[in-house]
Design a binder for this molecule. Structure first.
Ligand code: ZN
Length: 172
């Protein structure tokens, strides 16, 4: 991810409010073993409409990525998630499906677990009884995983092939 360029920025008509206030930014990134990736963010300064997506310049078709996390160093691997991908961590009972409001994001695995921990926390704070126990159990597992104490497998399935997991050590 070292070879980021500034890419382009331009303003177009917003699909939501119809004003010419939608700022589109494109960032090009060369991802090892993945190829060129365009990260696109669109934010409307008038109505707040926003879209964030990643598009691979080399179409690969549907793909399934399995990344094994066996210790703390693996937690720094970068995760590029497109809007069409689902994420699952079977060992932690986690599954994230693509939806109409899902955002693409780039984070590392630790950051991804942090997002899931937030969701589990919210769930715990609004639940009671068996649901509360389940949410707390999930939270405990996620925290252990964030400390690198639980090995797990990150599985990303993407019908557009626009997602990637990039280990820190093999960056070019
Ligand atoms: Zn707008």
């Amino acid at each position: 991810m070292e070879e980021n360029s500034d890419g382009q920025s331009y303003t177009v008509t917003c699909a939501s409010c119809g004003q010419k206030t939608l700022i589109v930014k494109e960032l090009y990134s060369k991802v090892p073993r993945f190829g060129m990736l365009v990260l696109i963010s669109m934010i409307c300064s008038n109505c707040g409409y926003r879209v964030f997506d990643s598009v691979s310049l080399e179409y690969k078709g549907p793909e399934r990525i399995e990344f094994k996390v066996s210790g703390p160093k693996d937690l720094s691997a970068k995760v590029i998630r497109s809007t069409t991908s689902s994420i699952a961590i079977p060992e932690l009972g986690i599954e994230l499906k693509p939806g109409p409001r899902s955002d693409a994001f780039i984070t590392n695995i630790e950051g991804l677990l942090d997002r899931f921990a937030d969701v589990a926390e919210q769930l715990a704070s609004s639940s009671e009884g068996i649901l509360l126990e389940k949410a707390n159990a999930a939270l405990d597992k996620i925290r252990l995983a964030m400390d690198g104490k639980v090995p797990f497998t990150l599985i990303i399935e993407d019908e557009s092939g626009n997602s990637a997991v990039v280990p820190e050590a093999t960056e070019e």
